[in-house]
Design a protein around this ligand. Structure first.
Ligand code: KIV
Length: 266
């Protein structure tokens, strides 16, 4: 199987086949996600919260994103690898956006880049796309805007804000985005956006009618404990499994059970 491309994304939308996506930040988990046949791995700036233990994503740097994206790219054979532009890597200028997005392709093995925002980054999306950098736009709840939004809140609930998000979706598509991530918006609005756009929508907390779905890996496997968003689903609790295994190891060392002859040299 060859690498998933942006053309495959478009084909899946046309063929009404769901696109699957997860985050990953390191080699072992990226390898597992890829082996499971997931279409795309996004190395999200959520790394700040689920791996670095930060309060939010704002302190994550471009160098950290390149470091993690490189590791993920090394592990992946088939999935599309998408880098995520962190806070203040693109807001100040279009030049910043092109240069930093370009680093994901040039230095970190990604084949696409995600940017938070719609209308306010339309010129950035246009410029990056013209520079041959495939762009996924991200609207709705955009975690880099938590201070403006007053927290992690559902977006597009009023008629006026829903209309604005629909307009932003069209603006992102017109600017050249190859797909659009919709975070924490009502089901009906996500359905309308998905039906009106020719590019695929990827939902996280946007209901079942999107062309694809993404979740944060650590929510799915039970490695992020601080909170589980209403829209996420925990499929396994690896934290408990790891905790139990480590407790057994501790006990065996303390009781002289480990190492046994089997783990020793003669
Ligand atoms: O940073 C992140 O993990 C994200 C997800 C919504 C994909 O943006």
């Amino acid at each position: 199987m060859s690498k998933i491309t942006i053309q495959d994304f478009l084909k899946k939308k046309a063929g009404h086949k769901k696109i699957t996506m997860l985050t990953a930040y390191d080699y072992p988990f990226a390898k597992i996600v890829d082996e499971a046949g997931i279409d795309a791995i996004i190395v999200g700036d959520s790394v700040g919260m689920v791996v670095q233990g930060l309060e939010n994503t704002l302190p994550v740097t471009m160098d950290e994103m390149i470091y993690h994206t490189n590791i993920v790219s090394r592990a992946v054979k088939n999935a599309m690898v998408i880098g995520d532009l962190p806070f203040m890597s693109y807001q100040a200028s279009i030049e910043d956006a092109i240069r930093n997005a370009g680093r994901f392709l040039k230095d970190a093995g990604a084949s696409a880049v995600k940017i938070e925002g719609g209308a306010e980054v339309a010129a950035h999306i246009r410029a990056m796309t013209k520079s041959d950098i495939p762009i996924m736009a991200h609207i709705g709840l955009t975690p880099q805007s938590i201070h403006r939004m007053g927290g992690y809140k559902i977006q597009g609930k009023t008629e006026e804000s829903a209309k604005k998000l629909l307009e932003e979706a069209h603006i992102a598509e017109d600017a050249g985005a190859f797909s659009l991530l919709l975070e924490a918006i009502p089901i009906g609005l996500a359905k309308k956006i998905t039906e009106e756009l020719s590019i695929p929508t990827i939902g996280i907390g946007a209901g079942p009618y999107c062309d694809g779905q993404v979740l944060v890996l650590h929510d799915v496997i039970g490695l992020f404990e601080r909170f589980l968003p209403k829209f996420a689903k925990r499929y396994v609790n690896l934290k408990d499994e790891a905790l139990n295994a480590i407790k057994v190891y501790k006990e065996e060392v303390e009781k002289g059970i480990f190492p046994s002859e089997e783990q020793s040299f003669k």
